[in-house]
Design a binder for this molecule. Structure first.
Ligand SMILES: [Zn+2]
Length: 452
């Protein structure tokens, strides 16, 4: 068995792990690089292999940094199976075409306004490429035994991070490797806890929060005071949120806070067609989350769903108090940019981040206290209050990551720490070293390791 780290090594995005099992080649995750330009440029460099030489692709979950490169390999001729859970398949049918439209819109916008350095700017892929990728998806039931090829088998288990999110164990020629995927929290208000890890010789574990703790924070208690103060001063609360997962958690928390009168009864707008499409999916996968029918109904009712671009623009002419939830979660694109442009200059505004902000994103800049941010080629002054919630993270913190791996039936021989900024990955490496008697490595981009 040989493994090459083609992404999420030294960074949180671009997850792609190439496994060579004898003459067979399997790609685990097929993610897009996001964040700083140096990373985004990697999306334009060809993979160090011909995608047509792959025997299978296995996806841990639907987030674009794990799936958003699929349209590229589909365009380049990959026609083999892409295995994922059924919930992941349903989410991808919403998310991949949207990712493609975003690529196309940004290229078109850049051309129209002439601020691209490339003339003409072209999209990384199109909606047609995304549809070609969707045609390759094969749903897999969690805990079932999947034959990837004659030499290798795989099994998916719940990772608790997002609807359909899984850890994947692959076994070939008596050797085994477990990919944690992105791991959720043990006590998330929305999602179920991750399954304990099955035994494996090698483990690849994420480290988004490898140097942070947030498992003690009650998200509802954390959210109430800043929300209450901002709405009481007549402010607009702009919540850049991932359309799937954190948007629904926020709706659930806001519904609960409103029901018990903890915040003013201000209007709530969900301005993300993708989040609107994803919300009903929670009803179809009751095993994946903790909400009952009444809570699901309350979550769906609490916000007004903004449909058209006109309605979205009209929101910017309104005054507070109101709450606007809109994608993208790191303010790297999407409709939220227009709301930030409109409301960031107002000191009554509260900009509330709900998840991890990768280096180089507008989200990271705002949290670092930037007094201006560039949106669509224009500098926008920031006078708004900017806050990050910790309890709404969809990722386990280091204590939860170590506890998860320590729950393995046997200590793995070797652990690879990926999917983190370098300081976070190194911190998790040290925590794991102390907790387990295993060799722990932080691989670099492009680095290759041979068997066991
Ligand atoms: Zn994820």
């Amino acid at each position: 068995m040989r493994m090459t780290f083609l992404g999420a090594a030294g960074a949180v995005t671009g997850s792609k792990y190439l496994l060579e099992l004898g003459s067979r080649r399997v790609l685990v995750d097929c993610g897009l690089f996001q964040g700083v330009k140096r990373l985004r440029e990697r999306n334009w460099q060809p993979l160090p292999l011909d995608p047509r030489s792959l025997d299978a692709v296995l996806l841990t979950h639907a987030h674009i940094d794990h799936s958003g490169y699929l349209p590229v390999i589909a365009r380049e001729g990959y026609r083999g199976p892409v295995y994922c859970t059924d919930a992941t398949r349903r989410l991808l049918s919403i998310m991949l075409p949207d990712a493609a439209r975003l690529q196309e819109e940004e290229a078109e916008f850049a051309n129209r306004h002439g601020f691209s350095k490339h003339a003409p700017a072209r999209p990384l892929y199109t909606e047609a490429d995304a549809r070609a990728a969707l045609a390759l998806l094969h749903p897999v039931a969690p805990h079932s035994d999947l034959a990837i090829c004659a030499e290798a088998r795989a099994s998916y288990s719940h990772a608790g991070h997002l609807l359909g999110a899984a850890s994947i164990r692959i076994e070939a020629q008596g050797e085994s490797i477990l990919f944690s995927g992105d791991l959720g929290r043990m006590r998330d208000p929305l999602m179920r806890a991750p399954d304990p890890p099955p035994a494996a010789d090698w483990v690849v574990i994420e480290s988004t929060y490898g140097n942070r703790l947030h498992s003690g924070v009650d998200p509802e208690a954390e959210l109430a005071p800043p929300l209450d103060r901002a709405l009481a001063r007549g402010g607009v609360v702009v919540v850049p949120t991932f359309a799937v997962g954190r948007a629904q958690l926020l709706l659930h928390l806001i519904a609960r806070l409103k029901a018990r009168g903890a915040i003013p009864d201000a209007p709530v707008y969900l301005n993300s067609p993708m989040a609107e499409d994803a919300t009903p999916l929670y009803q179809d996968y009751p095993d994946e989350h903790r909400l009952g029918a009444a809570e699901l109904a309350a979550m769906s009712r609490v916000a007004h769903f903004v449909k058209s671009v006109e309605e979205s623009k009209a929101l910017n002419t309104r005054v507070g108090p109101m709450i606007i939830l809109s994608a993208s979660g790191m303010a790297t694109g999407g409709r939220v940019l227009h709301h930030l442009k409109a409301f960031a200059p107002d000191e009554r505004t509260l900009i509330l981040f709900t998840g991890f902000q990768a280096a180089g994103t507008r989200g990271a800049a705002l949290l670092a206290g930037a007094d201006t941010i560039k949106i669509h080629g224009e500098w926008v002054p920031v006078r708004a209050q900017v806050l990050q919630l910790h309890g709404t993270s969809s990722h386990a913190d280091y204590r939860e990551l170590v506890a998860w791996l320590a729950g393995s039936p046997r200590v793995p021989r070797r652990v690879f720490v990926t999917h983190g900024e370098p300081a976070a990955s190194d911190a998790l490496r040290q925590h794991l070293r102390r907790a387990l008697d295993a060799e722990v490595t932080v691989p670099e981009q492009g680095e290759r390791f041979s068997t066991l």
